[in-house]
Design a protein around this ligand. Structure first.
Ligand code: CTP
Ligand code: MG
Length: 224
């Protein structure tokens, strides 16, 4: 059976300084947001819910194009609120699985989606992760206070995959004031099991203005 997807695209993208919220900026020929919407549709997601700023619904419709499988809804003041509202929109439609994805990660590969959906056969949640290659220090004081165990740490990406009823209930059970880093934390706090699958470096989040400059060749010391 198909799975649903939520693309959260209701942020302001302030750190990216693109003049418009970064998910609407053009990157490699398309609005940032359009890349992952297209990839999710191609991977079989149905429907794809796009949470966009309430005052930019027209821009969002224009950015995602005309596709009956894609629905634009209003997001909220925080990422969490945008996810929660999108889950509420999906509730009662019989969808058993959902992928939740940041619009700001345009390079979504089909094989990551396949790994996540496969993992959901045996767990309520699954997330793509990558190892840390640098050594890590604890630096609460501003200087080096100690070292951290790199082997125990993973970097977490999106999309994150969930059984719908588990993540929907977990979002409603989450303490309202606390800001969740991501949806896996919300499920984990509610006691759900979260499996790890291999992520992909290309799934990085476009966050800063520099991240939009990578169509240019990299500058290297000594390259002339
Ligand atoms: N997001 C959202 N609703 C919000 C805030 C964020 O849907 N109220 C989405 C963003 O659009 C983005 C994803 O959550 O796709 C990850 O957030 P982040 O990278 O922090 O994006 P912004 O909050 O837009 O950027 P910034 O923090 O630099 O303003
Ligand atoms: Mg933000």
């Amino acid at each position: 059976p198909p799975f649903a997807a939520i693309v959260v695209a209701a942020g302001k993208g302030e750190r990216a300084r693109q003049g418009v919220p970064k998910q609407f900026a053009f990157w490699r020929g398309k609005p940032v947001l359009r890349h992952s919407v297209d990839a999710l549709v191609e991977s079989g997601a149905n429907p794809v819910i796009v949470a966009a700023p309430s005052d930019m619904q027209g821009e969002a419709h224009a950015a995602v194009g005309d596709n009956p499988r894609v629905e634009v809804v209003a997001g909220g003041a925080t990422r969490q609120a945008s996810v929660r509202h999108s889950l509420d929109v999906l509730a009662g439609r019989g969808c058993e699985r959902v992928l939740i994805h940041d619009a700001a990660r345009p390079e979504l590969m089909r094989d990551v989606v396949a790994r996540l959906i496969k993992a959901l056969e045996t767990t309520a949640g699954a997330i793509p992760v990558l190892p840390v290659v640098d050594s890590l220090v604890i630096a609460s004081s501003g200087a080096m206070d100690g070292k951290a165990e790199r082997e125990a740490i993973r970097r977490v990406q999106t999309p994150q995959a969930f059984r719908f009823s588990a993540i929907h209930a977990a979002h409603h059970a989450w303490e309202g004031a606390a800001n969740a880093g991501d949806d896996a934390q919300v499920l984990h706090a509610a006691g759900g099991s979260v499996a790890l699958v291999d992520g992909d470096e290309r799934l990085r989040k476009l966050t800063f203005a520099e991240d939009f400059m990578d169509d240019l060749p990299p500058m290297r010391i000594g390259s002339g």
